[in-house]
Design a protein around this ligand. Structure first.
Ligand code: SF4
Length: 446
């Protein structure tokens, strides 16, 4: 049974040392009771209390990790219904499914473009996360060959799909030393599938067409010692899958209903045409899938899905940042101009892309502004003349360029006077307000 904040508080050291990031042990206990933090944040809890608090501090949605060859996909461990309440942590893995009615060569050909897909989005590489292999042949040897071909074509984590334990066993034999997801256990085969999951240390999907049945099955399977479970509420329509996913999430988070406290897998690929697949996959990413399986790799579908995922799973309190430093654009020389901006990713890429696209060489000084855009950082006192002057020194800018000239973003023209004082001997120029106008300014005014 869940403990109250006061009950948890009594088991904490009660020293108010603040090492957990909270001002008091009571504040931390309240957060713990609300499932919004993990017990591990307090390094001083006694082993005895840890054991007692284990149930209460366990995440309401279990963390399940698939791993292979140093790659991993994590799902679960979420603590809120809505991103605006706090943040979502573990992005749903995007998997491409192949079936064993294809030849090994055809499987490799289907996987190759998805495996090679990599797009840089504001400094982050977006890629597929893994592959699923499904047995439609029902033949263990055919399935084993398909799994082998898939493993030969990718090093990413795999999901194996078959309801037949003998077929699944043949596929698992190909994946020694990995932690795949096997899919799926139902009311007919759950004991055999649970045995396989246990012996191969695999995570196991549990599939049922009602939440009651799903909860009953997870109870039986976890009692057999298989804890890494993934739920497949077998609803494939847009509305029914959304209702099931929302109910499961609510029951896990709001009611602490352990039997449904696991991440979910969805199969938008079953929807058929590309439009429906895209919409269902987008819905699943937003609410509340841990693994999303599609059947066709189309870059024009996958890219927006990955960007959507990135946006939803970015902590709104931590802007996407680039590393402060002196960046080179188009192989600048000592005579190339020096521009300055903040380390908010979108600001950095707006400036860098405009200058790079225009083919102009330049140095771009990116200052530490806690990931804020130029105007926001200036208003918050994080982008001022003192910081710019400090970063010019810190990154050895003067040693790289001949002409001591620096171009300020037009939005902070107001800093030019102070900067002249903080950087004596430097010429301070005020550039345009918008990045799009930089190439013209650089050609005409520098
Ligand atoms: S780290 Fe532990 S002991 Fe220190 S304030 Fe937090 S809960 Fe209390």
């Amino acid at each position: 049974m869940a403990l109250s904040g006061i009950q948890i508080y009594k088991m904490l050291p009660r020293t108010n040392c603040k090492d957990c990031g909270f001002p008091t042990c009571l504040a931390f206990a309240m957060k713990l009771a609300a499932k919004q933090v993990e017990l591990a944040l307090c390094p001083h809890v006694s082993d005895e209390s840890k054991a007692e608090l284990a149930e209460s501090s366990a995440p309401p949605i279990r963390l399940v990790t698939l791993s292979a060859n140093g790659n991993s996909v994590k799902a679960g461990n979420e603590v809120v219904m809505f991103r605006h309440e706090k943040t979502f942590y573990n992005m749903p893995g995007l998997f491409l499914r192949v079936k064993d009615d294809l030849s090994p060569e055809a499987i490799k050909a289907a996987i190759a473009p998805a495996e090679a897909f990599k797009v840089n989005y504001v400094g982050i590489d977006l890629t597929m996360d893994g592959f699923a292999v499904e047995s439609v042949s029902g033949d263990p040897a055919t399935f084993a060959a398909a799994v082998k071909a898939t493993r030969g074509a990718t090093k990413r984590p795999l999901v194996l799909i078959s309801g037949d334990a003998a077929v699944m066993a043949a596929g698992l034999e190909q994946l020694d030393g990995e932690a795949p997801l096997i899919c799926s256990a139902n009311s007919d085969n759950w004991e055999a599938m649970a045995d396989l999951a246990k012996s191969h240390k695999a995570a196991l999907t549990v599939s049922a067409t009602s939440l009651d049945e799903l909860a009953e099955l997870t109870g039986k399977i976890s009692a057999k010692g298989v804890e890494d479970l993934v739920l497949d509420p077998a609803f494939r329509q847009l509305n029914s899958s959304l209702i099931a996913a929302t109910q499961i999430r609510r029951l896990a988070l709001r009611k602490n209903f352990r039997a449904l406290g696991y991440p979910m897998i969805t199969f938008p690929g079953d929807a058929g045409d590309v439009g429906r697949v895209s919409v269902q996959a987008a819905q699943a990413i937003a609410k509340y899938a841990g693994f999303v399986v599609i059947d066709e790799f189309l870059p024009e579908m996958v890219y927006p899905l990955l960007v959507l995922r990135q946006n939803i799973y970015t902590d709104p309190q931590k802007p996407i940042q680039v590393q402060p430093g002196l960046y080179e654009i188009n192989n600048p020389t000592a005579d190339s101009p020096l521009l300055v901006t903040t380390n908010f990713s979108i600001t950095y890429f707006s400036v860098a892309n405009e200058v790079e696209g225009a083919g102009l060489p330049a140095w771009l000084l990116v200052t530490e502004a806690e990931g804020m855009s130029v105007l926001t950082a200036w208003a918050a006192g994080k982008f001022d003349s003192e910081r710019i002057a400090k970063d010019v020194k810190r990154f050895g800018v003067a040693e790289k360029i001949n002409k001591k000239q620096i171009v300020l973003p037009g939005h902070v023209a107001v800093l030019s006077g102070e900067l002249e004082e903080d950087m004596p001997g430097w010429e301070i120029r005020v550039g345009p307000r918008e990045a799009v106008d930089l190439p013209g300014f650089m050609r005409d005014a520098l």
